[in-house]
Design a protein around this ligand. Structure first.
Ligand code: B16
Ligand code: MG
Length: 219
């Protein structure tokens, strides 16, 4: 049996926390008098907390002292954590368990590759912490997506060559990171947004067992 490394992004792929990031960033931006659109939000997906705040301030033409910057970062995270505090298994996105169970059954190594520093906390909340052979998150990397560091580290931990890895991603930055790592990129979301991905599906309900079998056996 062929072995591939299957790497899953977290926010927007496994759980719908992308909507909570959006709400928290929008509140922060609006409180600073900065407009914040869905289109701008798209550019923050998969991007680290620091880089996201830098971008928002840049859009608003605002500069902050180091302390004030840190205060805003903390504020955003406190707000975000208040949303995820009550998360349960029912916030796992459609058919994610079907795909994880199938790959596990086929003895395929599974990793999480997320930019979030809250990833482990969220996985525990939705009882998926033990579903992965490796977890690489925002606490383990120094370079943010689109840098491929997070996925290359995940591949290393799984002991699978990057070219034998498959990445599921909902963000433009994450798809670019997977492509830079020479991995197969699978976009979860809209085709026109994630056009750089090798394959795009609206969600996991569109991913068939046949497709996964072909991925495993692809030379
Ligand atoms: P945190 P992912 C990313 O997670 C989110 O997409 C992005 O919106 C967020 O800013 C980033 O994590 C950092 O998250 O503030 O929780 O450390 O999509 O790579 O799983
Ligand atoms: Mg994501």
């Amino acid at each position: 049996m062929n072995k591939r490394g299957f790497i899953f992004d977290l926010d927007g792929v496994i759980v719908d926390t992308a909507k909570y990031h959006f709400l928290a960033w929008k509140k922060l931006a609006n409180d600073l008098g900065i407009d914040f659109t869905e289109h701008q939000n798209e550019q923050l997906k998969g991007v680290s907390r620091v880089k996201s705040l830098e971008k928002i301030l840049d859009w608003g033409g605002i500069s902050l002292s180091e302390d004030a910057f840190q205060d805003q970062m903390n504020k955003k995270n406190t707000d975000y954590l208040s949303y995820i505090e009550t998360m349960k298994e029912d916030e796992i996105l459609v058919d994610v368990p079907k795909v994880l169970d199938y790959l596990k059954n086929e003895k395929q190594p599974l990793a999480l590759g997320s930019a979030s520093k809250n990833a482990r906390k969220i996985l525990k909340k939705v009882s998926l912490y033990d579903s992965f052979d490796a977890i690489v998150d925002g606490t383990n990397v120094t370079k943010a997506k689109p840098d491929p560091e997070v996925f290359l580290k995940a591949a290393e931990e799984l002991e699978i060559h990057p070219e034998q890895c498959v990445v599921f991603e909902d963000s433009i930055a994450g798809v670019q990171a997977a492509n830079k790592a020479n991995m197969i990129s699978i976009g979860i979301g809209e085709q026109d947004v994630l056009s750089e991905a090798d394959f795009v599906f609206k969600d996991f309900s569109e991913i068939s067992i046949d497709f996964l079998t072909q991925l495993i056996n692809k030379q």
